[in-house]
Design a protein around this ligand. Structure first.
Ligand SMILES: [Zn+2]
Length: 245
């Protein structure tokens, strides 16, 4: 599958054609054949918003997992709170993307405390209940531990239910280990959890290198624009055109 919005739209159509319902982590049991679409937002909230617009136009909803501890984006900034709001207005929901590496060595209790803390932060930020958590680059230890979050009241997307009783497939590192379209066509599995990273998708196909390069450049310009808001007459020190020479 290509990393374009058109390819993603075709995947959605394929899922519909084969009789699967688009579900979330709480309601999938109501359906015979279910697909949960999960998006982990690792770098760029704007890309998440773009993908939610594609989904809205296709009449489906999915769940976007956002980081509270990202070095790339701050969910509490006004601009980003508006983006999160817009994703919800597109009919999608939000979950916590938890990065355990942001904490020094933590035992199971420390892990649970950190997750609880981040859920509370995200809930305060979006003014909505958070009912699911996915892990960023999950460690083998956390995966095997099958940890309950808030005594099981909050869904762990890597819990047994969603890894063993669902067919779990992902486009991590911009690579599908298995052919997602083939799996849908074969209808061998009744339940899917599909992880898609919005970061890699564009209207026009881009290579991994182009995607990463344009992201780096965009970040540098965004950094300049932020400095411009903070330092009077920034261009007396540095012109925007001088950022890349
Ligand atoms: Zn991640």
């Amino acid at each position: 599958m290509e990393f374009t919005y058109d390819a993603y739209k075709n995947l959605i159509l394929l899922i519909k054609e084969h009789g699967y319902s688009f579900c979330d982590y709480l309601n999938y049991e109501k359906y015979d054949k279910s697909v949960i679409i999960r998006h982990d937002v690792d770098q760029d909230l704007k890309k998440a918003l773009e993908l939610s617009e594609v989904e809205h136009a296709m009449g489906i909803s999915s769940i976007y997992f956002v980081l509270v501890t990202s070095n790339f984006y701050n969910i509490f900034s006004k601009k980003n709170r508006e983006i999160l709001q817009a994703i919800c207005e597109n009919g999608c929901s939000l979950g916590l993307h938890f990065d355990e590496t942001q904490y020094c060595k933590i035992d199971e209790n420390g892990w649970k405390e950190a997750v609880n803390y981040e859920i509370s932060l995200l809930e305060q930020c979006i003014q909505r209940k958070v009912t699911s958590v996915s892990m960023h680059r999950i460690s083998k230890e956390t995966l095997e531990a099958d940890r309950k979050i808030r005594d099981g009241k909050v869904i762990n997307c890597y819990g047994k239910e969603f890894i063993r009783n669902h067919k779990y497939i992902a486009d991590s590192r911009r690579y599908w280990k298995e052919d997602v379209e083939k799996l849908i066509r074969e209808e061998q599995y009744k339940r899917f959890q599909i992880l898609i990273h919005p970061f890699w998708y564009y209207w026009k196909g881009k290579s991994a290198k182009e995607t990463l390069r344009s992201f780096c450049i965009d970040q540098a310009y965004r950094c300049y624009d932020e400095l411009d808001k903070n330092i009077r007459n920034l261009n007396e020190f540095l012109e925007k055109s001088e950022v890349f020479v």
